[in-house]
Each structure stands twice: as C-alpha cells, then as structure tokens.
Ligand binder design. Structure first.
Ligand code: FRU
Length: 927
C-alpha cells in the first residue's frame, strides 16, 4: 500500500514540474550598454524595449555608464560574465571601449554598435546615422545661410568619440566651396550644455563678430544660445544643432521657438537596432553597416514635426497600454492554466483513490469469500477429524477391551494349564532321574522338560501381569544388598554367555556396601532375568552384554540405577516406543511373548521407579531402570522363596538361548562319499532342531542353522538335498532366507519346506512367493514331516535327466536359474569333451561353482555326477561317429576325449551292452 502512495506522490511531482516549466526561462538575453543618459538615449532605450515586445522569449538588460569609460567597461564585462547572447553598445570613446568589446566578440558574443563606433573592426554590426553625411549637410546649410561669407564657431562633442570627428570632417568638406567662410573658433564641450555655455562665453568675449555657431548636438546649441542671449548677442548669430529630439525643452521645440535656426535629425533607431540584433541571434540575413537617414529641421517644419512626434508618442503610449493589458491577460491565463492543472492533478488523484478504494473493496470481498470457503473447508476437515478421532477412540477402546479379554482369557487358560503342566513337569523330572534311559529317550525327555519350563514361566508371567493390571500385585519388602543379589541372580546367564561366546559382566560403581536397599527382592530378580533374557536373545555370538549398577541422588532421594546393555541387533526408534507394551511384537526377527519387558516396567512402577530404553538398529540396545533405594512400607525379616522363581530363571535362560546350536554339524563329505541324503534344518529354537534331528537322523544326514543368514551359508557350503526352514527367526527370517536360496546358483535347485507356528494364509502366500516348495504348520506330526521330506526329494529326482541326459531336461518344470545352469553345462560338455584332461574343477570354474557344489547340484538335478555326465556324452558322441564315419575305434577314442582305447571299449560295452568292434561288425553286416 505504501508503495502505491509513492506512485501518487511521483505523479503529483511531475504535474507540478510541468506547471513550473511553463514559466519559461528567456530564450535570449540582450545586454544594452549606453554611454550616457540624456533624452536622446532615453528615447532610444524605449524604442529598443518596445521592439523587444514583438520577440517573445527575449529579455533586455540596459546599463548606462554616465559618460565614464571605466564604468562602461565594467558594464560590458558583467555582460560577458553573465553570458548574454548579444551586446548592444554605444561606446563612450572609440579607443577606450574597443578592447573590452573585442574580448566579447572573441568570446563569441555578437556585438552591435549603435550611434558611435570604435577603433576596431571586431564588431558584428553597426546601426546609426552617417555622421560624416550629417556634417556635410550642416556645412551646406552654413554656406547657404551665410551666403558664402562669414565667421563661424564650432562647438564639438567629445573629441574621442567618432560622431564628433565625423561631423567635423563632413562640415569641413562642405565648406570647401566657400572660402569666405572662416572657422574662427572650435572648442570641445563634450556633448554637455553647461560646458558649451562656458566655452561660448569665452569665445564671444574674444570675438566681436560671430555670424554662426554650429554646436554638434542640440544640448550644446541651446547652451550656446543661452550664453549669447545672456550677453545680448543672440540676434546677430545663427545657431545650428544636431539631434532634433522632440519634446519640451529639446531641439525641435527650440527651433519652433526661433532660438535655434536649424537642427538635423539624428535618428535614435532603437527599433532598427533590435531588428538587426534578432536577425543575428536567429541566424537570419542582416547588413553589417546600417545607416539611418537624416534631414534638416527648421522653423518651417518644426511645428509639423512636433505634432507628428506627439502623435507618435500617443501611439507609443497605446502600444504600451496594449502590452500591459496583454501582460494582465497572460498573468490571468497562466493563473487559470495553473488552476486547470491543479484540477487535473486533483482529479487524477481522486481517480486513483477511487480506483484503489474500489479495488480494495473488491479484494476485501473476494478475500472474505475465499476465507469463508476456507473456513467451511476447515470446518469440514475438523468434522472429519473429529469423526476419525471418535473412531480411533472407539477402536482403541475396542482394542483395550480385546487386550483385556485376551489377558483374561490367557489368565483363565493359564490357571487351567498350570496344574497339568506341573503334573507333566514333575513326572518328567522323575523320569530323567532314571539311569537306564536310552540316549534318544533322554534327549526327548529333556526337550519336554525344557519346554514345560518355558511354558510354566510364560504362564507365571501372564498371571502376574493380570494381577498387576488388577492392582493386586504387592511389594514384599526386605533389606538386601542389591549388588550381591544381582551377582547371584545372573549366575545362570554366565553359562549361556559361555555357550554363545558372549562377553558378559556385572559391575557396580563405588563401594559394594553402598548397595543395601529396601525393595521386593524377588521382583528385582525378575527384572534382571527379563532384561538379560532379552539382551542375550538378540545378541549374536562374540557380542557383549553388561549389567552396571550405580547410585545417584535426586530430589533428596537415593536412587538405584540399573543399566543392562547389549551389542545385539537393536531395533528401530518406532519399535522402541512400544517395547514396554504388553504383547507387542516387533517383527519376525524379534520373537517373544511380548510380556517380559511389560513386566519389567510393571515391577519398576511398583517400586516407584522408571525404565527407559535407547537403541540403534544393528548396534545394540540399552535399558535403564531407576528406582528409590528405600521403598516405604513394612520390611519383612524372612521371606519364603517363591517356588516358581527357579522355573522363571530357567525359563529366562532357556528363552534367551533358543537359537544356540547344541553341537556344530559334522562336516559333510561329498563326491559320492555321502551315503545318506542331507537335510538342512534352519530354526532358532534348539528344541525344534533337536526334535527334527532326532526324527530324521536315522535316514538322513542332518545339518543345522540358527537363523536365515546362517542357513544360507550352510546351504551354499553343503548343498543339501532338502531344507526345512522356520519363518520367524532373528537376524534373517525364513521368507528372506528362502528368497536368497532360490536366487543363488548353488542352492536354487534345493527344495525348501517352510515350517511355522502360524497357519495364516498370508504367511503361506509369502512363503510360496519367496519360492518355497512346501509348507508345514506347527505343531506337526513326525510322520507327516518324514513323508513330506521324502516327497520333496523324490519329486526332485523325478525331474532328473533320463536316458537322454540333456534334451529331456528342457521339458521339465525347472526354475530359470536351474534351466540356465543345465543348458550351460550341456554346452560346456559338448565343447570340451575332446579334451581328455578336462577335470570337474575346470567345468565348475566355468560355471562359477566349487567342486562340491557342482557335484551336488549336478547330481541333484540330473542324478549323475559331473564325471558320469561327461562320460555318457563322450560315449554317445563316439556311437554317432562309429555309425556315421569310417574312423577307427582308436581314432574315435581320442577324438571324444578317452585316454585309452581299452578303457573306452570297457565303458562303451558297460553303457551300450556291446563293444564298439561288435557294433562295427554288425554295421558292416559281418556280425
Ligand atoms: C547623446 C549625444 C547626442 C549626439 C550624440 C553623439 O548622448 O550627445 O546629443 O548627437 O550623442 O554620439
């Protein structure tokens, strides 16, 4: 908006400037320098000014020097300095004024001389009378008036001015015709009346007879007359002057009155001067010398001249009047113009203002409309959000209800389970004490014992959690040294750490004695079990698990800080937020009941403490439990040990160690040395692996892996005949493992059977999408497992090369990778069979497989070892050569890559049932 007002101001300023410009600066300035200030010059100045009126844009500045050379020089210098466009000058003395006028002329300022001249040629034009001519006319008049005889006195003007010199010269020239006329006296009166009176006084006194006095201007002639009148001699003398200025007391009136006998018109010519000046300024044509004409005025024409002059004066007056009126009009006109401009500016401003007002109004309306539309939209969104929020609240309520229902269900089921489980556990324990058990039976019973323990722990945890939820879980306080306690409680995990090759340590900051606390020791113990179970479960071999104890003072309270950290697989930020929620399952890699950590939080809260978690995927996890060292409440001296605590500890350790291999698989030999087919079992649960192994080990060689990653490694190394793979596993789940197996050349042909506790279709689809060949849901029966494995191996065998090794295979439903492998193998054999030194290693190198991998893959896909395939191909080629060429048996032996004819003959007979020679005989009809 501010911006727009700037535009307004600018517009206003421009209009103002336009109006101001109308008072134009003069186009030309003309300087007029007069040497004197008598009536003759007053008239000339008036004429100049009047004429200037006809030239708009011209300003005239007039200076007069009062007959002083220096003053006139200064006036002219000022004109030069002010850079006037032209100088009009009547120089006082011809010599003295010349230099300054030359300076002006050379500075490019045109110089117009009037009335008088200078001793220089450097002027632009001259306007004035021809003074020599005037002098001549005066001379002629004298001759005439004196009839050629008489005594004459001459009163001259300023001798250094040109009119004085010229007029004298003209007069003398004319007097040459009358030798009887004598100039008896000549005196310089400098153009002044008073001075003329003085000199005439002297002359009259000296000369008794004087017939005529010629004064070079009227002023001096009148002075001479006045002096003669005073001396009473005026009647005998003829008085002649020059100028013929009209008006009271001047030359023409003196002639009319009979005081002067004659005067000669010396025209002022101000109008002409102005015309010439303007022609020069406008670059028009002009004359350099402009002479104005003269005439004699005597008693006869003086009156008429006076009348004419008066008439001229009145006309001049009218012109001036007209001009002043014009000036008035012009003033009024410009005032009106100003007013008009102001009106226009105001109108424009009002226009703009109106425009902006309308625009602002329109914009306001539009914005209002937009805002109300937005408001409506927002309201609509708000309603939707509210609806969604209500739905969410309802959903979370339902979820809460469902969770409660789940917990309630689990609780009631757990109650029901506990008794039968205890009844299973106890007899099993007793059975295990039996000395005469077979190893297989003992192993089976141990599996049952371990899993009953895990189930009992799970049930205890569910029941405890339910109690906590209902507020029925109390603290049973006792005083104990928590550091000693932790050391005791973690003993069982040291065994696990040793087995899993995990570095495990328990440390405390400061003095051991400082860790005496009042708390529920059993719950503290279980906090430790659960945190450690979790840490060990997700920490791979060679990792690190630490329990660190410290104390801190906060809000006048002593706090125990328990830190359990691991270098395990960690989890994402998002999962970390939910990790304490009951039944929370992260993903297939983070298996568990989802109760352990929820109980840790519950027990910590019971102790008025808090638990925090920090984790980074791939780097590890760290839990902090902070709780007051001294809990308020009744402290019991003796607390009976809860029977289930032993089970809880055992369960926690078992749960954490599920993925550990009991024993590493014995290396599996290859290249025909394996009698039994090889089965790879990939499962993180040791008991599952043990159980499957027990079921299979009679008929198959069983190798194991604890997770997908390990599984892929084992499969690449041993190329088993079939793979059994769990879906939910840490590090790499079963789906990803199967996808990788099916994409590797070494393992792509191996049938994979997915094994999972879930029977959901989606998991099945995921399993098949990843390339799984079969699917078995847990719990499975031993019979079903065995028959599925048998089927998978047999089906694979059915796909093997039949009699015609390579051609038939293309019709079989093999995967892309396996098809490509078989074709490449066939091409390689065809190409290289002539080389008797060709080895299985060479073929493997060409196919990107090791010796074992090539052997097991080829055997699995074709039923033959690579060597057998090579031999069959060679024999077939030999047979076709025998049938179609005249080559000898020896020649063919070497051509197809056998090293000796006798070995060739033996092989040939084994394969085709007759020796090559028998075949040739039969072919040639000799047999
Ligand atoms: C006026 C005047 C005239 C005379 C002329 C000569 O100043 O004295 O009377 O004719 O100058 O330049």
């Amino acid at each position: 908006m501010k911006h727009r007002w700037h535009r307004f101001l600018l517009l206003f300023f421009l209009v103002g400037l336009l109006v101001a410009c109308d008072r134009r600066k003069p186009e030309y300035i003309i300087g007029v320098s007069q040497c004197s200030n008598d009536e003759w010059r007053v008239q000339m100045n008036k004429e100049i000014l009047r004429e200037a009126l006809f030239y708009p844009g011209v300003e005239v500045k007039i200076r007069q020097a009062q007959d002083d050379n220096q003053r006139q020089i200064n006036d002219i210098k000022e004109f030069i300095h002010r850079k006037v466009n032209l100088i009009i000058v009547a120089p006082n003395e011809a010599g003295a004024i010349a230099p300054v006028l030359e300076e002006a002329y050379e500075a490019g300022i045109p110089v117009v001389l009037v009335d008088r001249k200078i001793h220089s040629d450097k002027y632009t034009a001259y306007v004035g009378a021809d003074n020599y001519e005037i002098g001549k006319k005066v001379g002629e008049y004298i001759v005439n008036a004196l009839n050629g005889e008489g005594q004459v006195v001459e009163i001259t003007g300023l001798k250094a001015s040109t009119p004085a010199v010229e007029r004298h010269r003209g007069m003398m020239e004319a007097l040459k015709v009358a030798p009887g006329i004598h100039i008896v006296a000549s005196a310089d009166a400098g153009w002044f009346q008073d001075k003329a009176r003085m000199v005439v006084d002297t002359i009259l006194k000296r000369h008794s007879r004087i017939d005529l006095i010629f004064a070079q201007n009227d002023r001096m002639a009148i002075g001479a007359y006045q002096e003669a009148l005073r001396q009473g001699r005026e009647k005998n003398i003829v008085f002649i002057g020059v100028d013929a200025v009209a008006g009271k007391g001047y030359g023409v009136e003196s002639v009319a009155k009979g005081e002067l006998n004659a005067t000669f018109i010396y025209p002022t010519g101000g109008d002409k001067v102005m015309q010439v000046a303007m022609s020069i300024l406008k670059g028009k044509k002009y004359e350099r010398e402009n002479y104005l004409s003269t005439a004699a005025v005597n008693k006869d024409n003086a009156r008429i001249m006076q009348m004419q002059t008066e008439h001229i004066f009145s006309l001049d007056h009218k012109i001036e009047l007209l001009h002043s009126r014009l000036d008035d009009y012009f003033l009024r006109y410009s005032a009106q113009k100003m007013f008009l401009y102001a009106c226009v500016v105001i109108l424009v401003l009002v226009g703009f203002l109106l425009f902006f007002l309308v625009r602002a109004f329109w914009m306001k309306n539009r914005m209002n409309a937009e805002l109300s539309a937005q408001k409506e939209q927002l309201e609509c969104q708000r309603d939707q959000l509210q609806e969604q929020r209500d739905q969410l609240i309802e959903l979370s309520r339902q979820l809460e209800e469902a969770t409660h229902a789940k917990l309630a269900f689990f609780t009631s089921v757990s109650h029901d389970f506990r008794t039968p489980l205890t009844l299973i556990a106890d007899p099993i324990n007793q059975l295990l004490e039996e000395k005469h058990l077979s190893e297989r039976d003992r192993e089976m019973l141990e599996i049952v014992h371990r899993n009953v323990s895990i189930l009992l722990r799970l049930i205890t945890q569910i029941l405890d959690f339910q109690k906590y939820e209902c507020g029925k879980l109390d603290l049973r306080l006792s005083e104990f040294n928590v550091f000693e306690g932790v050391k005791e409680w973690t003993k069982a995990f040291h065994v696990l750490a040793f087995r899993k090759h995990i570095h495990f340590e328990v440390t405390a900051e400061g003095n051991v004695a400082d860790y005496m606390m009042v708390a529920d020791a059993e719950k503290m113990e279980r906090i430790i079990y659960n945190l450690l179970s979790n840490a060990f479960k997700f920490t791979p071999e060679k990792g690190e698990v630490k329990v660190e104890l410290s104390r801190k003072e906060q809000d006048l309270q002593s706090l125990l800080c328990l830190k359990v950290s691991d270098t395990g697989i960690g989890m994402s930020e998002e999962h970390a937020q939910h990790v304490f929620e009951r039944f929370y399952q992260i993903d297939m890699q983070h298996t568990g009941s989802g109760l352990g950590l929820a109980l840790v939080e519950a027990f910590t809260h019971l102790h008025h403490g808090q638990v925090k978690v920090a984790t980074e995927e791939g780097k590890g996890t760290c839990f902090w439990v902070e709780l007051p060292m001294r809990q308020e409440g009744e402290v019991k001296k003796v607390i009976e040990k809860n029977e289930s605590l032993k089970n809880l500890q055992e369960g926690a350790v078992l749960d954490a160690g599920t993925e550990t291999l009991h024993q590493l698989p014995k290396s599996v030999s290859v290249d025909g040395k394996i009698e039994k087919e090889v089965v790879l079992v990939i499962d993180d649960n040791q008991d599952v692996r043990d159980y499957i192994k027990m079921l299979l080990q009679e008929k198959y060689t069983v190798i194991e892996a604890v997770n997908g990653q390990e599984g892929v490694r084992q499969a690449m190394k041993y190329v088993p005949d079939v793979i059994i793979c769990d879906v939910m596993m840490p590090v790499m789940d079963g789906i990803e493992c199967c996808r990788r197996l099916k994409n590797e050349l070494q393992t792509s042909h191996i049938p994979v059977m997915m094994l999972t506790a879930y029977t959901m279709d989606e998991q099945r689809i995921q399993g098949y999408d990843s390339g799984a060949d079969s699917y078995l849901a847990k719990p499975f029966s031993a019979k079903l497992l065995l028959s599925r494995i048998r089927n998978l191996i047999d089906n694979r065998k059915r796909l093997k090369f039949k009699e015609d090794t390579v051609t038939s295979v293309q019709k079989q439903p093999l995967g892309e990778i396996d098809k490509g492998f078989v074709e490449k193998l066939k091409m390689l054999i065809d190409e290289k069979m002539g080389d008797s030194n060709l080895s299985v290693e060479d073929l493997g190198a060409d196919l990107g497989l090791g010796r074992v991998q090539l052997y097991r893959k080829t055997k699995a896909l074709t039923g033959y070892s690579p060597n057998e395939l090579l031999r069959i191909a060679r024999l077939k080629k030999a047979a076709s050569l025998l049938a179609s060429t005249e080559k000898t048996v020896a020649e063919i032996t070497y051509e197809v890559g056998f090293s000796s004819p006798s070995y060739f003959t033996r092989c040939y007979k084994d394969y085709f049932g007759e020796s090559p020679t028998d075949f040739l005989k039969r072919r040639d009809g000799k047999g």
